[in-house]
Design a protein around this ligand. Structure first.
Ligand code: NDP
Length: 260
């Protein structure tokens, strides 16, 4: 059997599919919403900032992407259930969940407050769990669906010079939750993978701060940070049929950072 370039390209086509992107109104999530929409998907953006959400929907519409903003806090399961119900009511189906919303606190371990720890775990781990369970139930019943969890290279290495123990632990847990769900739901036609980015230029990562130049940039094999635009196609790959035989994987996109 031979695969033509057109066949290979069509594996990335999301026409007719509906994708939900948590934290899709800015940063990485906005880039993910954009690439999924440009590949043909209808996109539902989930977040707490109404203005940023409306602006993101407006810019998607300018590229002829059908999109909607759902105001929701992913740490509240009732909000997430409403997002699923509203998506099904508005668009009749949901095929893809991108668990992207995240939070980070930089602090040495002895200074991390119980509130800091709980906040990071609530957004990065508990919410990924509840979004996966709520959407996963629908996917398992439909015997189809794709989940992409945004993990981090911080789930593999310990970042420096800044300490961020809660964040690192949360992302390691996301990677293993990804494998657990992938194994359990593969027989139902549901794929679950994670993307583990390195340093990418967003509000969360102050990549231009001179304090981080040595360890974030100079010590990295590519000696630079990544951009949202060059990370987004990796999410399209994991969300589309281009990765139809891939589940339980953690795709590292870090410019080689974790190679050292
Ligand atoms: P940003 O801080 O730029 O954006 C975070 C997004 O998460 C916002 O859209 C925010 O939307 C949303 N969000 C946060 N809390 C909640 C909540 N409780 N409910 C709903 N939405 C929420 O972060 P990035 O774009 O940089 O990060 C996106 C993901 O990528 C995160 O999971 C992060 O850990 C991961 N990552 C980032 C890296 C980087 O270098 N930037 C590297 C590795 C991983 P709103 O404020 O509207 O609620």
């Amino acid at each position: 059997m031979s695969l033509s370039p057109a066949d290979a390209q069509s594996a990335f086509d999301l026409t007719g599919r509906v994708a939900v992107v948590t934290g899709g109104s800015r940063g990485l999530g906005k880039g993910f919403a954009d690439v999924l929409g440009r590949a043909g998907a209808t996109v539902v953006i989930v977040g707490r900032d109404e203005d940023a959400g409306s602006q993101a929907v407006h810019s998607l519409a300018e590229n002829d992407v059908t999109a909607s903003f759902q105001h929701a806090d992913v740490t509240r399961p009732a909000d997430v259930r409403r997002v699923l119900e509203d998506t099904l009511r508005l668009f009749g189906r949901v095929d893809i969940l991108i668990n992207n919303a995240g939070a980070c606190v930089h602090a040495p371990a002895l200074d991390v407050t119980p509130e800091d720890w709980r906040h990071v775990m609530d957004v990065n781990l508990d919410a990924v769990w509840s979004c996966s369970q709520i959407f996963g139930r629908h996917f398992v019943e439909s015997t189809a669906g794709v989940i992409v969890n945004i993990g981090s290279m911080s789930g593999i290495i310990v970042n420096r010079p800044q300490w961020q123990p809660a964040y690192n632990a949360s992302k390691a847990a996301v990677h293993h939750l990804t494998k657990s769900l992938a194994a359990e739901w593969a027989p139902y036609g549901v794929r679950v993978n994670a993307l583990a980015p390195g340093y990418i230029n967003t509000d969360m990562s102050p990549v231009d701060d001179p304090a981080f130049q040595q360890h974030w940039i100079d010590d990295a094999p590519m000696r630079r940070y990544g951009t949202v635009e060059e990370l987004a196609p990796a999410v399209l790959f994991l969300a589309s049929d281009a990765s139809s035989f891939i589940t339980g994987s953690v795709l590292v996109a870090d410019g080689g950072y974790t190679a050292f």
